[in-house]
Design a protein around this ligand. Sequence first.
Ligand SMILES: [Zn+2]
Length: 220
Amino acid sequence: MPLQDTPTRRQLIGSALGAATTLAVASQLFGAAERVAALSAAVVGPARAVDPAVRLGITGKLTFPVDTSATFGSLVCLNNFGGRSNANGACNHAGVDIGNDEISGLGRPLLACADGFVEKDETFSDSAGRTRILRDGLGTFYRYHHLDSYESSLSEGDAVTAGQVIGYMGNTGNTVWSHLHFEIWQDSLTPSEATIIDPVPRLPFPLEGVSLNSPTACSS
Ligand SMILES: [Zn+2]
Protein backbone atom coordinates (compact mmCIF):
# COMPACT_ATOMS: atom_id res chain seq x y z
CA MET A 1 0.00 0.00 0.00
CA PRO A 2 1.53 3.40 -0.92
CA LEU A 3 2.32 5.81 1.85
CA GLN A 4 0.10 8.83 1.95
CA ASP A 5 -0.32 11.75 4.24
CA THR A 6 -3.73 12.19 5.80
CA PRO A 7 -4.72 15.80 5.30
CA THR A 8 -8.36 14.95 5.78
CA ARG A 9 -7.79 13.66 9.28
CA ARG A 10 -5.56 16.61 10.09
CA GLN A 11 -8.19 18.98 8.88
CA LEU A 12 -10.80 17.24 10.97
CA ILE A 13 -8.66 17.54 14.07
CA GLY A 14 -7.87 21.16 13.31
CA SER A 15 -11.55 21.87 12.89
CA ALA A 16 -12.45 19.95 16.00
CA LEU A 17 -9.95 21.89 18.05
CA GLY A 18 -11.26 25.13 16.67
CA ALA A 19 -14.78 24.04 17.47
CA ALA A 20 -13.89 23.05 21.00
CA THR A 21 -12.16 26.33 21.68
CA THR A 22 -14.92 28.36 20.14
CA LEU A 23 -17.58 26.41 21.97
CA ALA A 24 -15.83 26.85 25.29
CA VAL A 25 -15.69 30.60 24.78
CA ALA A 26 -19.24 30.71 23.49
CA SER A 27 -20.52 28.78 26.49
CA GLN A 28 -19.31 31.51 28.75
CA LEU A 29 -20.64 34.39 26.73
CA PHE A 30 -23.75 33.39 24.84
CA GLY A 31 -26.98 31.44 25.07
CA ALA A 32 -27.84 28.14 23.37
CA ALA A 33 -28.66 29.60 19.96
CA GLU A 34 -25.39 31.48 19.80
CA ARG A 35 -23.46 28.39 20.92
CA VAL A 36 -24.95 26.34 18.10
CA ALA A 37 -24.12 29.05 15.59
CA ALA A 38 -20.57 29.34 16.88
CA LEU A 39 -20.04 25.60 16.77
CA SER A 40 -21.40 25.34 13.24
CA ALA A 41 -19.15 28.13 12.06
CA ALA A 42 -16.13 26.48 13.66
CA VAL A 43 -16.82 23.06 12.17
CA VAL A 44 -17.05 24.37 8.63
CA GLY A 45 -14.22 26.85 9.06
CA PRO A 46 -10.79 26.44 7.52
CA ALA A 47 -8.36 23.86 8.83
CA ARG A 48 -5.57 25.29 10.91
CA ALA A 49 -2.14 24.16 11.96
CA VAL A 50 -2.18 22.26 15.21
CA ASP A 51 0.69 22.42 17.63
CA PRO A 52 2.42 18.99 17.91
CA ALA A 53 1.98 18.96 21.67
CA VAL A 54 -1.74 19.50 21.27
CA ARG A 55 -1.92 16.68 18.78
CA LEU A 56 -0.05 14.41 21.14
CA GLY A 57 -2.59 15.26 23.81
CA ILE A 58 -5.33 14.16 21.47
CA THR A 59 -3.73 10.88 20.53
CA GLY A 60 -3.23 9.85 24.16
CA LYS A 61 -1.55 6.68 25.32
CA LEU A 62 0.17 4.26 23.00
CA THR A 63 0.03 0.51 23.05
CA PHE A 64 3.17 -0.68 24.85
CA PRO A 65 5.71 -1.53 22.11
CA VAL A 66 6.82 -4.82 23.68
CA ASP A 67 4.71 -7.90 24.41
CA THR A 68 4.18 -7.85 28.18
CA SER A 69 3.04 -11.48 28.45
CA ALA A 70 4.41 -13.10 31.59
CA THR A 71 5.57 -16.11 29.58
CA PHE A 72 8.40 -13.94 28.21
CA GLY A 73 9.47 -12.74 31.68
CA SER A 74 9.21 -9.36 33.39
CA LEU A 75 10.32 -6.17 31.71
CA VAL A 76 12.17 -3.07 32.77
CA CYS A 77 11.87 0.30 31.04
CA LEU A 78 14.88 2.55 31.61
CA ASN A 79 13.52 6.06 31.97
CA ASN A 80 16.49 7.52 30.16
CA PHE A 81 15.26 9.91 27.49
CA GLY A 82 17.83 12.71 27.35
CA GLY A 83 20.06 10.65 29.57
CA ARG A 84 23.56 9.43 29.17
CA SER A 85 23.97 6.99 26.33
CA ASN A 86 25.95 3.92 27.28
CA ALA A 87 27.32 3.88 23.77
CA ASN A 88 29.08 7.24 23.74
CA GLY A 89 28.63 8.80 27.17
CA ALA A 90 26.88 11.90 25.81
CA CYS A 91 23.63 13.24 27.24
CA ASN A 92 21.73 12.67 24.05
CA HIS A 93 19.83 9.44 24.49
CA ALA A 94 16.86 10.05 22.20
CA GLY A 95 14.53 7.34 23.47
CA VAL A 96 13.95 4.80 26.19
CA ASP A 97 15.34 1.28 26.53
CA ILE A 98 12.99 -1.61 27.27
CA GLY A 99 14.25 -5.10 27.98
CA ASN A 100 13.87 -8.18 30.08
CA ASP A 101 14.54 -7.77 33.77
CA GLU A 102 16.49 -10.94 34.45
CA ILE A 103 16.64 -13.22 31.43
CA SER A 104 17.52 -12.54 27.83
CA GLY A 105 14.74 -10.91 25.87
CA LEU A 106 16.16 -12.13 22.58
CA GLY A 107 13.29 -12.80 20.20
CA ARG A 108 10.58 -11.28 22.39
CA PRO A 109 7.74 -9.93 20.20
CA LEU A 110 7.66 -6.19 19.53
CA LEU A 111 4.26 -4.64 18.93
CA ALA A 112 2.95 -1.76 16.86
CA CYS A 113 2.31 1.02 19.36
CA ALA A 114 -0.35 2.67 17.19
CA ASP A 115 -2.35 2.13 14.05
CA GLY A 116 -0.34 3.18 11.02
CA PHE A 117 2.15 1.93 8.48
CA VAL A 118 5.62 0.48 8.20
CA GLU A 119 7.42 3.62 7.08
CA LYS A 120 10.96 2.31 6.69
CA ASP A 121 13.21 -0.69 7.35
CA GLU A 122 16.85 0.20 7.71
CA THR A 123 20.02 -1.21 9.30
CA PHE A 124 22.72 0.86 10.98
CA SER A 125 25.37 -1.71 11.86
CA ASP A 126 27.40 0.59 14.13
CA SER A 127 24.52 2.23 16.02
CA ALA A 128 20.79 1.44 15.89
CA GLY A 129 21.21 -1.97 14.31
CA ARG A 130 18.23 -3.49 12.55
CA THR A 131 15.58 -0.76 12.67
CA ARG A 132 11.91 -0.64 11.78
CA ILE A 133 10.10 2.70 11.72
CA LEU A 134 6.32 3.02 11.94
CA ARG A 135 4.27 6.09 11.15
CA ASP A 136 0.77 6.93 12.34
CA GLY A 137 -1.87 9.04 10.63
CA LEU A 138 -0.86 12.17 12.54
CA GLY A 139 2.70 12.34 11.24
CA THR A 140 4.32 10.74 14.24
CA PHE A 141 7.17 8.29 13.65
CA TYR A 142 8.00 5.46 16.04
CA ARG A 143 11.52 4.06 15.80
CA TYR A 144 12.29 0.50 16.94
CA HIS A 145 16.03 -0.20 17.19
CA HIS A 146 18.31 -3.23 17.72
CA LEU A 147 15.82 -5.78 16.32
CA ASP A 148 16.91 -9.38 16.07
CA SER A 149 14.57 -9.77 13.10
CA TYR A 150 11.62 -8.18 11.38
CA GLU A 151 8.19 -9.77 11.37
CA SER A 152 8.63 -11.09 7.86
CA SER A 153 4.97 -10.81 6.87
CA LEU A 154 5.35 -7.02 6.91
CA SER A 155 7.32 -4.74 4.62
CA GLU A 156 7.57 -1.03 3.95
CA GLY A 157 4.20 0.54 3.20
CA ASP A 158 2.12 -2.15 4.87
CA ALA A 159 -0.60 -1.10 7.29
CA VAL A 160 -0.29 -2.14 10.92
CA THR A 161 -2.77 -2.21 13.75
CA ALA A 162 -1.85 -1.31 17.32
CA GLY A 163 -0.75 -4.46 19.13
CA GLN A 164 0.29 -6.30 15.98
CA VAL A 165 3.70 -8.03 16.06
CA ILE A 166 6.12 -6.04 13.89
CA GLY A 167 9.44 -7.60 14.86
CA TYR A 168 11.50 -9.34 17.52
CA MET A 169 13.77 -7.96 20.22
CA GLY A 170 17.49 -8.26 19.69
CA ASN A 171 20.94 -6.79 20.20
CA THR A 172 21.98 -5.71 16.71
CA GLY A 173 24.04 -2.52 16.41
CA ASN A 174 25.95 -0.94 19.25
CA THR A 175 24.57 -2.95 22.16
CA VAL A 176 25.17 -6.27 23.86
CA TRP A 177 21.91 -6.20 25.83
CA SER A 178 18.87 -7.55 24.01
CA HIS A 179 16.41 -4.70 24.33
CA LEU A 180 14.21 -2.35 22.40
CA HIS A 181 15.45 1.20 22.02
CA PHE A 182 12.24 3.12 21.27
CA GLU A 183 12.01 6.69 19.96
CA ILE A 184 9.18 9.04 18.97
CA TRP A 185 9.82 11.64 16.27
CA GLN A 186 7.12 14.16 15.49
CA ASP A 187 6.49 15.35 11.93
CA SER A 188 9.74 14.28 10.23
CA LEU A 189 12.57 11.78 10.10
CA THR A 190 15.03 14.59 9.38
CA PRO A 191 16.71 15.46 12.68
CA SER A 192 16.70 19.21 12.06
CA GLU A 193 12.98 19.19 11.31
CA ALA A 194 11.70 16.65 13.80
CA THR A 195 10.63 17.14 17.38
CA ILE A 196 11.96 14.15 19.31
CA ILE A 197 9.89 13.59 22.41
CA ASP A 198 10.14 11.56 25.59
CA PRO A 199 8.16 8.34 25.06
CA VAL A 200 7.42 7.77 28.76
CA PRO A 201 4.42 10.13 29.08
CA ARG A 202 2.84 8.40 26.11
CA LEU A 203 3.36 4.86 27.39
CA PRO A 204 0.52 3.25 29.38
CA PHE A 205 2.16 3.20 32.81
CA PRO A 206 1.52 1.78 35.35
CA LEU A 207 1.66 -1.50 33.48
CA GLU A 208 1.65 -4.98 34.96
CA GLY A 209 4.89 -6.84 34.34
CA VAL A 210 6.85 -3.69 33.48
CA SER A 211 8.86 -1.68 35.99
CA LEU A 212 9.67 1.90 35.09
CA ASN A 213 12.99 3.12 36.44
CA SER A 214 13.46 6.54 37.98
CA PRO A 215 14.42 9.18 35.41
CA THR A 216 18.08 9.19 34.52
CA ALA A 217 18.15 12.30 32.37
CA CYS A 218 21.38 14.30 32.55
CA SER A 219 21.25 17.47 34.59
CA SER A 220 23.71 19.25 32.35
ZN1 LIG B 1 18.85 3.23 23.99
